[in-house]
Design a protein around this ligand. Structure first.
Ligand code: URA
Length: 243
């Protein structure tokens, strides 16, 4: 395993991505001289060239190719690897050999952009609240929110688990009895968009995630998935670097 574009990668990152240890744990293993690259004891900071054989305590690391996909999640599908109630899961829509898992969660009724990957390190970073990765939703609500409601959504709404962080809220279209909003939040609390809209008096009728950090859903059909391009994976990495 190397990176998406077969560039050499730092050994501690390689080990972390392979699930051997956290990056810090990997540094310890390397410092203790327990890691070898192509039969030679590895040094801290070493790079792993494409196709190299890496061992820990003499045992080869079973390296899985890193895979990154985006799914346009259909409604009625749960964001989990296995559902004890037997409902359809997102796993049934992603036909890849590697063991990818969803990054974060969309409610069963929510549609739209869901990233799935076997890169545990990137997945954890993207989902970590401290990174504040922005997520944009197209929201159909009942009723037409006025300026006061839009200001409340963007300024922070008091929910039962605390006030929401500042967000971006815009009314995009107004119809008979409803409106379409675009809402960008940097948190990922349970049913957050639904609760925010309900709290300002405009219950959600339809919810679709159209953007996750730098990635846009674009024209991907509902229920379809596609591999991310190397530059998209890099953009995701940039989105969590140093945040
Ligand atoms: N906010 C929600 O309320 N539901 C989702 O699925 C995602 C964000």
């Amino acid at each position: 395993m190397t990176d998406v574009d077969d560039k050499p990668i730092r050994l501690n990152r390689y080990l972390a991505q392979s699930g051997v240890a956290s990056r810090r744990g990997a540094d310890t293993l390397i410092a203790e001289g327990r890691v070898a690259i192509n039969g030679k004891v590895a040094q801290p900071g070493e790079q792993v060239p494409a196709g190299a054989k890496v061992t820990v305590n003499g045992a080869p690391i079973k390296a899985e190719q890193l895979v990154y996909v985006m799914l346009n999640k259909p409604p009625g599908v749960v964001t989990t690897v296995r559902d004890p109630k037997g409902r359809p899961t997102v796993m049934q829509f992603v036909d890849v050999e590697e063991h990818v898992v969803p990054v974060g969660r969309l409610d069963a009724e929510t549609t739209g952009l869901l990233i799935m990957t076997n890169d545990g390190e990137l997945a954890n970073a993207l989902a970590h609240p401290s990174k504040g990765v922005p997520k944009t939703y197209r929201v159909i609500v009942r009723g037409v929110p006025g300026q006061v409601a839009v200001r409340r959504l963007s300024g922070g709404v008091k929910l039962d688990d605390g006030r929401t962080l500042p967000a971006e809220a815009k009314v995009m279209r107004v119809g008979s009895g409803g409106a379409e909003l675009e809402l960008t939040i940097k948190e990922g609390r349970n049913r957050q968009v639904r609760r925010m809209c309900a709290a300002v008096g405009y219950p959600v009728i339809e919810l679709e995630r159209v953007q996750y950090g730098p990635l846009r859903l674009g024209r991907l059909q509902v229920g379809a998935f596609r591999a991310l391009k190397p530059h998209e994976v890099e953009a995701l990495r940039d989105a969590v670097a140093g945040a």
